[in-house]
Structures are given as structure tokens and as C-alpha cells.
Design a protein around this ligand. Structure first.
Ligand code: GLY
Length: 324
């Protein structure tokens, strides 16, 4: 049994998910891990606490996957907090894979899923500061938030896995970039069942209607019991052009190790795009045997792992552009 989640906040998500992995299995575990991140107001790129789009409204995307024939997805939720739970119902209770926009919220209502306020006071204040200071959706420009570029980089975590608040104990180069990104979560249970989930509020101050990689099957998440599982985090536009998660799983299908598969994916991104300093992307791969590897385009990404040996946040096994 093992669960692996993106970023250091994944440590807390994994702890929440572990009892579900033990008692209910991989699908319940990834749903619980993503729901934890959705609820945590200090995670400003997922769920409540997520930064809004350029209109000041939060929208949430997510998906869940057991196999190519068993997956569900939602994009553009504006009044329900848990995209993975809505996506699971799409998978289990409809003949479809993906629902979007107001109709996805209406579907969640019909499933008796509770409505929720998504914009936290802190996220509203950050948005208002961004507006006051000129508001630009081009994140390569000064965001007005006092740190530039707006690149997702993990803050240093303490021994207990909690992130330090403010800049205490945070190296200067990391403190400037305080945003994390999507939670992507992969799990394998005692029966050897693989599952994956992904939840995000997308890029801060995005053009309203923008959808990134996270809810798109094969981009932010792909699971095939015959080959393995992969999830992505970082700037969706970089991941979508290479079908990132699908690319990783297809490499494993052809015999690549999880490490070779994630290395190939970030190298593909590095070769494909004219990269800017704010660009970041990371992948986790999980083999059919539960072996995990991760890679990132740049430093500052970590993978949280929980298994019988305990909990840990590990540096990526490969970084394509090692310079900060
Ligand atoms: N990776 C999350 C997004 O780009 O929306």
C-alpha cells in the first residue's frame, strides 16, 4: 500500500487519506486526499483558499481515474468544494466522463452534494491587491503580489510536514514564490488496485473559463492497471501540449521504469516550449507494483509519500533545469 501526492502539503493530505487506503481502498484514499486539500484554506491553488480568476470568482477542476473505462471529471465548478467527489459521481452514476460549468454544479446539486463558498477572505484580499496593482494575467510580468515570477515552488517543510507560515525558515529564493499548485494523488491498495485523483483551482487570475490539465484525462491524470499511473502538477498549458500523464503511462507500458518515464516527460516539456522563468511542471509516476518516481522541470517541487515505512516528502528524482 502506498499513496503519493504532489507538493509538501501532500504530507497532510496523505495522512488524512491513509486510513481510507487501509480500510476502503485506493479510490476512497485519493478522494480523501484531494478533499483534504480542498478544505485547507492555506493551500491557495486548490479548493477553498484557491485564488480566483480575473473576474474574482473561484472555479475548481478535478478528475478521478481507475482505468481508461472508469474515469470521471468536472471543470469550472463555482459552488461545490470537492471536484473529485463530483467527478466520482460522474464516473459511477452517468454514462459520461466529463461535465463542465454551471451544468456540473447543477449535477452536483442533483447528487445532493452541499454547496459551499469557495473564495476565502485571504484569497479575496490577494485578488483585490492584484486588481489595485494593475492586474495582469501574464504571470511572467510583475504580479503585484510582491514576488516574481509567480512560479509554483514548494516552501520548505518542517519535520512534522507542516509548512512554515510567512518566510520563517524559508530560503530567500523560495520565499519569493509562495504558490503551490494542483494536488495530484496516486494510490495503490492492499489488493493492488491503482487509483488517481486531481484537484485544482487552476492558475491564479486566469482568464474566466480557462481550464488546465488537471481535469483532462490523460493530461493531469492517467491510470491504466495494465501499465501504471501518473499525475501532473504545475502550469497546465505546458502539460497539455504533451498529453503529460498519458505520456508517462505510455512510456511505462512500453517498459520504461517510473523514473525514466517521468524524466522523459519533463525533458519533452523542456524541449517543446519556449520556457519562461515562471514555468514549472512536475510529474509523479506509480508503477503497477507501487514503485514511485517523480520529476520536475525546475527545483522547488517535492513529492509526499506515505506507505508502511511512514511519511516523507522527497525531492524529485530528476530535475530538467537544475538552476533556480
Ligand atoms: N495544473 C493546474 C492547472 O494548470 O490548472
Amino acid at each position: 500500500m502506498r499513496i503519493a501526492s504532489t507538493w509538501s502539503f501532500g504530507l497532510r493530505a496523505n495522512e488524512e487519506a491513509w486510513p481510507h487506503l487501509v480500510s476502503e481502498g485506493a479510490l476512497a484514499a485519493v478522494e480523501a486526499a484531494c478533499a483534504f486539500a480542498d478544505r485547507a484554506p492555506d493551500i491557495d491553488s486548490v479548493g477553498y483558499g484557491g485564488l480566483p480568476d480575473a473576474s474574482g470568482r473561484v472555479s475548481l477542476d478535478g478528475c478521478v481515474m481507475l482505468s481508461p473505462a472508469r474515469c470521471g471529471s468536472v471543470a469550472g465548478l463555482r459552488s461545490h468544494l470537492h471536484p473529485v467527489s463530483v467527478a466520482r459521481r460522474v464516473m459511477e452514476r452517468t454514462p459520461h466522463v466529463m461535465l463542465v460549468g454551471p451544468d456540473a454544479d447543477a449535477f452536483a446539486d442533483a447528487q445532493d452534494l452541499a454547496r459551499a463558498e469557495l473564495l476565502s477572505p485571504e484569497a479575496r484580499a490577494t485578488y483585490e491587491k492584484w486588481l489595485r496593482e494593475g492586474g495582469t494575467v501574464d504571470q511572467s510580468k510583475d504580479s503585484g503580489l510582491g514576488f516574481e515570477p509567480l512560479r509554483p515552488v514548494d516552501r520548505r517543510h518542517g519535520d512534522d510536514g507542516r509548512l512554515f507560515g510567512g518566510s520563517d525558515g524559508v530560503p530567500a529564493d523560495e520565499a519569493r514564490w509562495k504558490h503551490h499548485d494542483t494536488i495530484g494523488c496516486l494510490a495503490i491498495d492492499a489488493r493492488g488496485v491503482l487509483a488517481g485523483g486531481c484537484s485544482t483551482s487552476g492558475t491564479p487570475f486566469k482568464v474566466p473559463g480557462r481550464v488546465g490539465d488537471s481535469p483532462i484525462i490523460g493530461h493531469g491524470l492517467y491510470v491504466d492497471p495494465a501499465a501504471g499511473a501518473a499525475t501532473a502538477t504545475g502550469m497546465g498549458e505546458l502539460i497539455m501540449g504533451v498529453c503529460g500523464a498519458f505520456l508517462v503511462v505510455e512510456s511505462m507500458r512500453r517498459g520504461a521504469s517510473p523514473l525514466d518515464a517521468v524524466r522523459d516527460a519533463v525533458e519533452r516539456i523542456a524541449k517543446t516550449y519556449p520556457l519562461e522563468p515562471h514555468h514549472q511542471a512536475g510529474f509523479i509516476a506509480m508503477g503497477r507494483d507501487g514503485r514511485v518516481a517523480s520529476a520536475a522541470l525546475r527545483p522547488g517541487y517535492r513529492t509526499a509519500i506515505r506507505d508502511a515505512e511512514g511519511a516523507r516528502a522527497v525531492e524529485p528524482d530528476f530535475v530538467a533545469i537544475p538552476e533556480v
